[in-house]
Design a binder for this molecule. Sequence first.
Ligand SMILES: O=C(O)c1cc(=O)[nH]c(=O)n1[C@@H]1O[C@H](COP(=O)(O)O)[C@@H](O)[C@H]1O
Length: 272
Amino acid sequence: MKLESLISEIHKKKSFLCIGLDVDLNKIPAHLLDTDDPIFQFNKAIINATHHLAVAYKPNIAFYEAYGLKGWKSLEKTIGYLNEHHPEIFTIADAKRGDIGNTSAMYANAFLKEMNFDSITVAPYMGKDSVEPFLAVEGKHTILLGLTSNEGAFDFQTKKIGDSELYKEVLLTSRGWKHSDRLMYVVGATKAEYLADIRKIIPESFLLIPGVGAQGGSLSEVCKYGMTENIGLLVNSSRGILYASKGKDFADAAAEAATVLQLEMKKLMQKK
Ligand SMILES: O=C(O)c1cc(=O)[nH]c(=O)n1[C@@H]1O[C@H](COP(=O)(O)O)[C@@H](O)[C@H]1O
C-alpha cells in the first residue's frame, strides 16, 4: 500500500488506530472453541466489528506460531480476509525478523510476497545487509524497532555511544540505507517523552506506537510529541480491545473499546 493511501484513510476515518490481533486461545470466548478455526472466527468477528474505526491491523506472529500448523493456517486466512474484504486497511506482520541477507530475503518473501502483508516489523541489530532485503520489496514497508515499550529497552537501546545513544544511531544510520523511504519505526507509547528528540532525527517517518492500554502509555502524550502534519502515527492496542469482554458480546465490547480510542484520536487530530 502507498503511504498516500494510508494517510488518506487516516483523514477519512479520523483515526490512526492499529488493532493488534494477538489471539490467545485461553482468553477468547468459550463458544468459539467449538468451531473449526477459533482463531480465525475470533479475528473475523473482531475485524467485522471494528474495521470502520481502525486503519491498520497487526497480527503478532508469535500468537499464531504458538499453535503450530493450525496457527499458520489461521494467520493465512486472516490476512487473506483482510486483503479481500478491506484492501484499504494497512496490514502489519509483527514478526520482528532480521538475519544475514539471504535469510532476510526469505523472511521478506514469506510475509511481504507469499502472505502479502503491507509491512513487517524488523530488528535492526544485524545492520544494513540484514534490513535491505526487506526494503527491496517494492510497494511494501519495513518497520524497524527504534525504542521499544518494554523495560528492557533501557538495557541496550538507550546506552550511550559517544555523544549519542544506540537507538538514535539506529534511526540516523538507517536513514542512509537504500529505499529508506520505505522505513517506518517502532516507538513504545511508554517512552512518549523521547518522541521530541526522535522527531528531530526522523521528522516525517511513520511511527508504529504500541503500549497504550494494557502497558499504560498515554495517547495524548504520544500525540503531543510525535504527531506530524501527515499525522505520522499508527497507535496500536491489542489486549485492551480484543479482550474487552470474554462473553458472547466480545465483538461489540471490542468495538466499544476501539471507539473510545478513535474518538480521542479524532479530538487530538482536530487540535493539530
Ligand atoms: O513491535 C511491536 O508491535 C511491539 C514493540 C514494542 O516495543 N512493544 C510492543 O508491545 N509491541 C507489540 O505490540 C503489542 C502490544 O500489545 P498490548 O500491550 O496488548 O496492547 C504486542 O503485540 C507487542 O508484541
